[in-house]
Design a protein around this ligand. Structure first.
Ligand SMILES: Nc1ncnc2c1ncn2[C@@H]1O[C@H](COP(=O)(O)OP(=O)(O)OP(=O)(O)O)[C@@H](O)[C@H]1O
Length: 235
């Protein structure tokens, strides 16, 4: 469905992505793992159109996303939840959701469906976003992105800084979205999360896709983790 084909991306004269190539199937969860600075966030920014590859191509079915202006890319059905969530802290939960709904023409039933996924937000519609817990803020940021009814969701470290129970909830929602046919590219630092939820794992190393594998393959060969992220698998 989504094809990233040999993209080369630069910040000024510094090349940060080198011939990055992978694909994403409908309803698939692809997890990007790699050391700090490997290029994971830059991959998401390239898919959503915020960074333009100097060469290479990103396409969604027959649409060339790299040829579109950045604001047209999300409209093709791609939702992006950046690291740090970028909510409007002074606005309420409801107002933050409305920001997501504004981007589309029809709204009412989408709002209800999104809130069904996040019952905790329904209870807090009038609360200022900045006063939500970290997990609730992540849910709100994800809910806002889902207002566009994306076919693909890009999540940058959604579990960062959360308590284990919240991490489990966020990952459960990613699993529910898969059942609904939403494909996800998930940037994760926690290997356990990747093993738990991913259909495939792509290791990013120095701006390249070093290897793509299933979680089972990684479990069978934990040395790969030492190689790419410098950690071992617990348990
Ligand atoms: N705006 C920028 N200007 C210049 N260089 C940048 C910019 N943003 C990122 N970089 C550099 O690009 C490289 C890749 O960064 P990126 O944020 O994609 O990595 P990452 O794998 O997501 O890292 P982390 O896990 O630490 O978030 C890094 O070397 C980083 O310093």
């Amino acid at each position: 469905m989504l094809k990233v084909d040999a993209i080369n991306v630069f910040y000024g004269s510094v090349q940060v992505l080198r011939d990055v190539t992978f694909d994403l199937n409908p309803g698939e969860i692809l997890c990007l793992l790699g050391r700090n600075g490997a290029g994971k966030t830059t991959i998401l920014k390239s898919v959503i159109g915020q960074m333009k590859p100097r060469t290479g191509r990103i396409s969604l079915e027959d649409i060339d996303l790299t040829a579109l202006p950045p604001h047209e890319v999300p409209k093709q059905g791609i939702g992006y939840v950046p690291q740090g969530r970028r909510l409007f802290a002074e606005l309420s939960v409801e107002e933050n959701l409305q920001m997501g709904l504004l981007a589309r023409r029809r709204g009412g039933d989408v709002r209800a469906r999104v809130l069904d996924l996040f019952p905790v937000l329904r209870e807090r519609l009038g609360q200022r976003a900045g006063t939500l817990s970290g997990g609730e803020q992540q849910m709100l940021a994800t809910a806002r992105a889902l207002c566009l009814e994306p076919r693909i969701l890009l999540l940058d470290e959604p579990t960062e800084g959360l308590m284990p129970i919240m991490i489990a909830k966020i990952l459960e929602i990613v699993g529910t979205l898969r059942e609904m046919g939403v494909a996800t590219i998930l940037v994760e630092q926690r290997v356990e999360s990747a093993l738990h939820v991913a259909d495939r794992i792509a290791f990013i190393e120095n701006g390249r896709v070093a290897e793509v594998m299933t979680p089972d393959r990684l479990r069978d060969d934990p040395r790969l983790l030492h190689q790419y992220v410098g950690v071992g698998v617990k348990g």
